[in-house]
Design a protein around this ligand. Sequence first.
Ligand code: GLC
Length: 454
Amino acid sequence: MGIEQNLLDIAWQALEESIITYRGIPVGTVAARDPEVESLNYDQCFIRDFVSAALVFLIRGKTEIVQHFLVQTLKLQIKERQLDFLEPGRGLMPASFKVVHEDSDQRLIGDFGDHAIGRVTPVDSCLWWIFLLRAYVQATREYSLAHRPDFQKGIRLILELCLVARFDLYPTLLVPDGACMIDRRMGIDGHPLEIQSLFYTALRAASELLLDNEENADINLAVQNRLRPLAEHIREHYWLDLDCLNVIYRFKGEEYGAEAINEFNIYSDSIPYDQLSRWLPEEGGYLAGNLGPSQLDCRFFSLGNLMAIMSSLTSEEQSQKIMNVVEHRWDDLIGKMPMKICFPALKDRDWQMLTGCDPKNRPWSYHNGGNWPVLMWMLAAAAIKTNREELARQAVEIAAKRLYQDKWAEYYDGKNGRLIGKEARKYQTWTISGFLLAYELLENPGYASLVNFE
Ligand code: GLC
């Protein structure tokens, strides 16, 4: 790939400078090191942000920091049922943590969303944690860490939290708005794709990591019982291509009983047909953003679609069709900076109603249609999985032209991602690591086994 070694060296150095130590040991990376703005919580280590950095460290043989991260974040996981029921649920992992200095000692404090803007629940953290543990084991072959009793218990608690009996009727996970990378209100409450893809990935990782013993018997069975219905539900009901669109377009509503074809009672007036029938390439398709009663969110969410390819949540044919959408809608989804977080943006009354008039999430900005360099590594992994590396290579080369000059901005704005994000942090760690990781994966596709599932 035409990327200068100098740029890679600078990125690596910036990544090393973002490392946080705890009692003298490296344990994570800060979210950003922007000297020009107040840090708020960007000086903390976010679980989801650290994943791409961790993968780069694993690839470059710096496995120690990843091990410490896994051990320390496991200690932060909520282990006991709280009697007042006011604390977060058992099994939950924090969105982020910080090192607090006390006299001559240090302590780690987790933020379970109780300090976050909008008090959002980090549902994705525990799912990313299992994903990373599996990657660690793949890279080091050190099964003993995952097999430790405290790790086995940690995995069980996460799964118990996800698999607990609930009010819901679907095999998917029901979550509040802002429960993942998009951690502000964006109209993604219910069964958002990002969480479902991560959930499926975590179930697959857990089934590799959980020992086959009596203690795990129930949870192992529950995992196996969930995988297939979850995949079938997503492949069938979230899938959108021109054929599906035709079917939905002619759906009848108000069907009662088990024979209903329009199971979710989707009213065709709620689907943006005109725009979608022009946007969807003939040979393309993708997973919708959300599904619920009379609700099919037709926005394209990159993380959920790419992760679905990586974990084989989508069939091979569907995965190819998703990559076709990326190829044929290049300007919309890659544009001047890979990659669009979701497309299209919410506008006007939708923006008012679904974001609560959030000024940071104005159309084509931040989560609402901004471009996020971190997504590049998932594009690379999905491209390797589908033998479409050339697409990802081109994307990484586009990014390489700007990232350093733009001081590793957190996100980009505008329909094609031409502008540096209005409130984007500079020296954002997962921008740096996302770029490095995408490069490493494309140069050595063998590393994709750390993140992809057969
Ligand atoms: C923003 C992002 C979130 C990320 C955090 C730290 O809140 O939406 O996904 O984890 O910044 O970078």
